[in-house]
Design a protein around this ligand. Structure first.
Ligand SMILES: Cc1cc2nc3c(=O)[nH]c(=O)nc-3n(C[C@H](O)[C@H](O)[C@H](O)COP(=O)(O)OP(=O)(O)OC[C@H]3O[C@@H](n4cnc5c(N)ncnc54)[C@H](O)[C@@H]3O)c2cc1C
Length: 504
């Protein structure tokens, strides 16, 4: 332990997204001096938003796992300043609605209501619908373990988890290796087939979808009011209040390794910052190959990058508009609605579905009687290559033409908005690549498909003693829970190495 006269050991964190801010807060709590280096001018990484024509466009939180106060993850959100007991959540009562051929079906947070609605839509699917609801119910037991990294679990921890999740193995057995596309075929109703496949990319393992819906239905996936960027700013505030220093506009060029120790980092301006410990939280595609030599990349991760079919990345082509505030009122459906569209060619693929999400539930997205709506067309590696192949001029032209096509399709689906829609912005997988160095513009980590294995990194790399990797890529499929917990876990791994108490 250090005495007050001794120099504090210094932790350097690379990246000021959710993982970096979390690592920063926990490292300060553990008594380290901490400095975060972030290439952008604001914190948050992918958990941000931006303004256009006076409207705020939210980039991130569709649901935040860990908003239920009795969960381990809530404790992490609270400790990092992201949430407080006073945080208010969006008053939403459903996951999403799918429409098809003039009919619609909604996944309500109230499972009973969903069950009744779906059976009324398709009585011939009753058995499959009841099974679906039952397995979503089981999936509520799947809570994110955020107390400590799994390699530090004791037998007792495993027994407790086994008891708390006693029905969840049934979900994995039945749905662990089946894609959403295959699952949807079990339903006879074309509308229900769409409903099952609309939200997550169709290659996703079905259990991921059940767990996502269960999180909403269990009141554990709220959307904090005030937008995603505000949550990142609350974490930054906490970090600074605890004495942390964050340097913006400070891209890291490489991690300097000498004699199996990371001695510090070299910044893009050529200066060197020394460190006792380094916690990189950036995308692993950038970490291995730019910041560190590719030789350090764990084998399982390398195999994933080499097999795009089994380990796809997922992103989106998105467009935001301002429309009348009354856009989605007086309709018995949720804020997020998937619609059929006249086929739209984006690059080499043609799409016949997209969603429209209305943000009027939070005043931060409302201005002068108008609210922001956003649309998204799912994109994957193939689409990323298309966007990447365009020149700067072509990219701008294609993006703008497609935004116009998207607008026409929204007007067709919701004739009331005709004439009142104001274009705000459009963005693509390249936006995430540029802004966050995200691999193929990915929102999360690799998609969990039936053909791949889940990536789980223990944070330490062979050949570097004092470096602890964090960030959403350490545990597929990533997302905010993985990111925030990984920051905590990286610090706990340091403490374990120092034979100190890991309770922080
Ligand atoms: C549209 C969208 C919607 C999403 N919705 C949800 C949702 O509803 N629920 C959910 O759980 N998750 C959601 N996610 C995923 C979530 O945003 C991410 O999982 C999470 O923000 C990742 O955090 P991170 O800190 O691991 O990585 P990042 O956010 O990528 O942070 C890494 C940081 O490192 C910085 N950086 C990169 N290179 C350097 C360098 N060389 N030097 C210094 N800094 C560098 C980047 O600028 C970035 O700030 C969504 C993501 C997107 C894009």
């Amino acid at each position: 332990m250090q005495t007050s006269n001794e120099r504090k050991e210094k932790v350097v964190v690379i990246g000021g997204g959710i993982a970096g801010l979390s690592a920063g807060v926990y490292a300060l709590n553990a008594g380290f001096e901490v400095e975060i280096f972030e290439k952008n001018r604001i914190p948050g990484g992918e958990c941000i938003g931006w303004n256009r024509k006076g409207y705020h466009i939210d980039n991130c939180i569709h649901w935040l796992t860990g908003t239920r106060k009795d969960t381990e993850l809530y404790d992490v959100w609270k400790k990092t300043g992201a949430l407080t007991d006073e945080t208010e959540y969006a008053p939403l009562d459903a996951f999403y609605t799918s429409t098809y051929n003039g009919k619609r079906a909604t996944l309500w947070n109230d499972l009973k209501k969903t069950e009744e609605e779906l059976i009324a839509i398709s009585p011939e699917d009753e058995a499959e619908i009841r099974k679906f609801i039952q397995y979503v119910e089981y999936s509520k037991q799947c809570l994110f373990p955020a107390k400590k990294p799994m390699e530090m679990w004791s037998i007792k921890d495993y027994i407790r988890m086994g008891m708390n999740m006693k029905d969840f193995p049934k979900v994995m057995k039945e749905f662990g290796k089946i894609s959403l596309e295959e699952y949807a075929e079990r339903f006879k109703s074309p509308l229900l087939q769409k409903l099952m496949c609309d939200y997550l990319p169709k290659e996703y393992c079905t259990y991921s979808f059940l767990v996502s819906y269960a999180t909403m239905a269990d009141g554990n996936g709220g959307i904090p009011m005030g937008a995603s960027l505000q949550m990142s700013l609350r974490m930054e505030k906490k970090f600074k209040e605890l004495g942390g220093r964050i340097r913006y506009g400070c891209g890291v060029e490489k991690i300097v390794v000498e004699k199996k120790m990371a001695t510090g980092i070299e910044l893009e301006d050529g200066s060197f910052v020394d460190a006792d410990y380094v916690i990189p939280t950036v995308d692993t595609g950038l970490l291995f190959g730019k910041l560190l030599s590719k030789e350090y990349m764990p084998k399982a991760l390398k195999a994933a990058y080499e097999n795009e079919k089994a380990y796809p990345a997922t992103s989106g082509f998105q467009v935001a508009f301002a429309v009348d505030e009354a856009f989605n009122r007086a309709q018995d459906m949720s804020e997020t609605v998937f619609i059929d569209i006249e086929p739209l060619k984006v690059g080499n693929r043609t799409f016949d579905r997209m969603y429209v999400k209305a943000y009027g539930y939070d005043p931060v997205f409302v201005k002068d009687g108008k609210q922001v709506i956003q649309t998204c067309i799912n994109q994957t590696d193939e689409d990323y290559y298309f966007w990447k192949s365009l020149s700067k001029e072509e990219y701008e032209r294609v993006k703008s033409e497609l935004a116009g096509e998207v607008a026409k399709r929204i007007e067709k689906a919701f004739p009331l908005v005709k004439g009142s829609m104001e274009y705000l912005d459009a963005w693509t997988p390249l936006t995430y690549e540029r802004y966050c160095h995200a691999y193929h513009g990915s929102y999360m980590s690799f998609v969990t498909t039936p053909y791949g294995k889940q990536i789980k990194m223990k944070g330490q790399l062979k050949g570097i003693k004092n470096l602890y990797v964090a960030g959403q890529w350490t545990n597929s499929p990533g997302g905010l829970p993985v990111a925030v917990a990984s920051g905590k876990f990286a610090v706990q791994r340091i403490l374990k190495k120092q034979h100190r108490d890991i309770e922080i």
